[in-house]
Ligand binder design. Structure first.
Ligand code: G1P
Length: 234
């Protein structure tokens, strides 16, 4: 998912899409695509939008850089949110399950095990990571036994420090569920509301990530991501 206007990263995003900005030696979107490739996923659709959507073709072309011979592209009209963007993939996914990754998320964990176990499962898998600034993200709420009982989008008073990572796995019912969503206060179909539908049906599992996770949506986190790879390469 690589849409949106990238308003939080202006002026960097006036002339290109946020997900094509550099993170050390490559465009940001390379990292989540590589996460999918490393998990054995090679049937990939990039969903973008806005004025700079054409830049993706110039950068990613047919995915040769990742050993692919073809990449699929979807275009989201307007800024309808992550769940709305996912609905662009309905005919691409067909009756299969799918893995969704946000184009500004850098995930160090190897997710192949989770992808493999999800392919024999149903419902929705969500991944969490303990952070110091949960109010920036979707946040899970636990009961006393440690079961997830709710997910809140950017809560002013977070019920835990476990942020929802921009990585989700869904069964084939996801597109029907998206049709049941209503726009949030910011007029978007929220991925958090989609995940809450699965949670209410008891078809939801959450997994904690252990490695580095960076959402590059702010100047500080973008700088941190570049720093991480720069340091790793020293
Ligand atoms: C989105 C989701 C949020 C999630 C985050 C992860 O937020 O709405 O639930 O925690 O991605 O990167 P956004 O970064 O689009 O504001």
């Amino acid at each position: 998912m690589a849409g949106g206007l990238g308003t939080r990263l202006r002026p960097l995003t006036y002339a290109t899409n946020k997900h094509l900005l550099p993170v050390y030696d490559r465009p940001m979107v390379y990292y989540p695509i590589q996460t999918l490739i490393d998990a054995g996923i090679d049937d990939i659709m990039v969903i973008t939008g806005g004025q700079h959507a054409g830049d993706f073709i110039k950068v990613l072309k047919n995915g040769e850089e990742f050993g692919l011979d073809k990449l699929n592209y979807g275009y989201q009209e307007g800024e309808g949110g992550i769940a709305d963007a996912l609905s662009m993939a309905e005919s691409f996914v067909g009756g299969d399950s799918c893995v969704v990754i946000l184009g500004d998320n850098i995930i160090a964990d190897d997710i192949r095990g989770a992808v493999d176990s999800f392919s024999n499962d149903f419902g929705c898998y969500v991944f969490t990571k303990q952070v110091e600034d949960p109010e920036r993200f979707g946040v899970v709420k636990y009961d006393e036994e440690g079961n997830v009982i709710d997910i809140l989008e950017k809560p002013a008073h977070p019920p835990s420090n476990d942020a929802v990572v921009g990585l989700y796995m869904y069964d084939h019912t996801v597109f029907d569920k998206i049709r049941r969503l209503s726009p949030s206060d910011r007029q978007e179909l929220e991925v958090t509301d989609l995940n809450r539908l699965y949670l209410k049906q008891g078809l939801f599992k959450s997994h904690k990530l252990h490695g580095t996770w960076i959402d590059c949506g702010t100047f500080d986190s973008l700088a941190k991501a570049t720093q991480k790879f720069y340091k790793d390469n020293e």
